[in-house]
Design a protein around this ligand. Structure first.
Ligand code: SAH
Ligand code: AVI
Length: 326
């Protein structure tokens, strides 16, 4: 037997989803890329992490021993499913923002009394529709109505009986404070009195734990971070050289957030939308901020958006709170 490893005869394409054969560019992604790279401190929105591969890399992150938030939130949901379902109420329309693999919602769907419908919303349409199909098979009596799209862009809540917005994962922590406020206000304005949001958010904790959660030694977080460049090469025609950038993540004490960035390991060029940018070795592009909160601080944010804090369940350095429209 010949056990020599063979190389593929052609180099594989740098696309992040090998099944995607489209070459059409997304004009919004091109505009975001041009604006982000032209900023005094170059930055790209974390929403560009999530193509089909990015969603899978995120799922892999959730299995890492160092990434505590997913395990902590799942434990809260498992432990308090009954009281949480009681708080949310009977016959609700459950809308999940950033549903991803929709694995956490199963705790709620198992515990809720006669939910009217489940509406998962996600920017990664491939993962969204695959997951919705699996979920529909597992919960044949609950209508599952997936909606693909960017929830930060003029998102309209679907109509329904007593709507509850489930926003887990501390995905809210990836919005900047001004975006977060606008976003929560826009949602709160659409809710009727008594409707509300069940929000998962990460708590401030020892810097070492935070650092390790975003700097895993296996390199999954680094791959997740770099996949954004592969995604933008595909959808925005960005000419990122994937070998020229490395992952960085550190805790920013002043802002109380982890910042993730890609750092040029040598001088490199990027071109897109008829523009080009030069990055010196050591230059950074910020790709994500992940804000960490206190329960009191988050209650204030919610209050300013018109949502009143109800019960909050905490554990494992994570919080899951009910915020209701008054
Ligand atoms: N809720 C899951 C997944 C969190 S990862 C969990 O708690 O584990 C963040 C999810 O939000 C991803 O599935 C990503 O595709 C989605 N997402 C991020 N930004 C988004 C946006 N602007 N609009 C819609 N979905 C978004
Ligand atoms: C989805 N979001 C809340 C994750 C976070 O922790 O900010 C994304 C992530 N970034 C690196 N690891 C995980």
């Amino acid at each position: 037997m010949n056990d020599t490893l063979t190389r593929p005869s052609r180099p594989t394409s740098p696309t992040s989803d090998p099944r995607d054969t489209t070459s059409e560019l997304d004009p919004r992604a091109v505009a975001d890329l041009v604006a982000g790279l032209s900023a005094p401190q170059p930055n790209l929105s974390p929403k560009y992490f999530y193509d089909a591969l990015g969603s899978k890399l995120f799922s892999a992150i959730t299995l890492l021993p160092w990434y505590y938030p997913t395990r902590a939130e799942r434990s809260l949901l498992a432990e308090h499913a009954g009281p949480i379902a009681g708080t949310l109420g009977t016959g609700i329309t459950l809308i999940e923002l950033g549903s991803g693999s929709s694995s956490k919602v199963r705790f709620l769907l198992d515990a809720l009394q006669a939910p009217n419908a489940y509406v998962p919303v996600d920017i990664d349409a491939v993962t969204l529709h695959q997951t919705a199909e699996e979920l529909q098979a597992a919960y044949p009596d609950i209508p599952i109505r997936p909606r693909a799209g960017d929830f930060t862009r003029n998102f309209q809540l679907p109509p329904g009986t007593r709507r509850v917005v489930f926003y887990p994962g501390s995905t809210i922590g990836n919005l900047e404070p001004d975006e977060r406020m606008l976003f929560l206000r826009r949602l709160a304005d659409q809710l009727a009195p008594g409707e509300g949001m069940l929000i998962g958010f990460d708590l401030v904790k020892a810097e070492r734990l935070l650092h390790d959660a975003y700097n895993d030694p296996i390199g999954v977080t680094a791959a997740f971070n770099k996949n954004m460049l592969a995604h933008l090469n595909r959808v925005a025609g960005a000419g990122f050289d994937l070998t020229a950038w490395e992952h960085e993540a550190w805790f920013d004490t002043e802002r109380s957030c982890i910042t993730m960035a890609l750092r040029a390991v040598r001088p490199t060029q990027v071109s897109a939308g008829g523009r080009s940018w030069h990055f010196d070795a050591g230059a950074r592009i910020r790709t994500e901020r992940s804000y960490k909160f206190t329960v009191e601080g988050f209650a204030q944010v919610a209050g300013q958006a018109g949502l009143q804090q109800g019960q909050v369940w905490t554990g494992g350095g994570f919080a899951l709170g009910w915020y209701v429209k008054g």
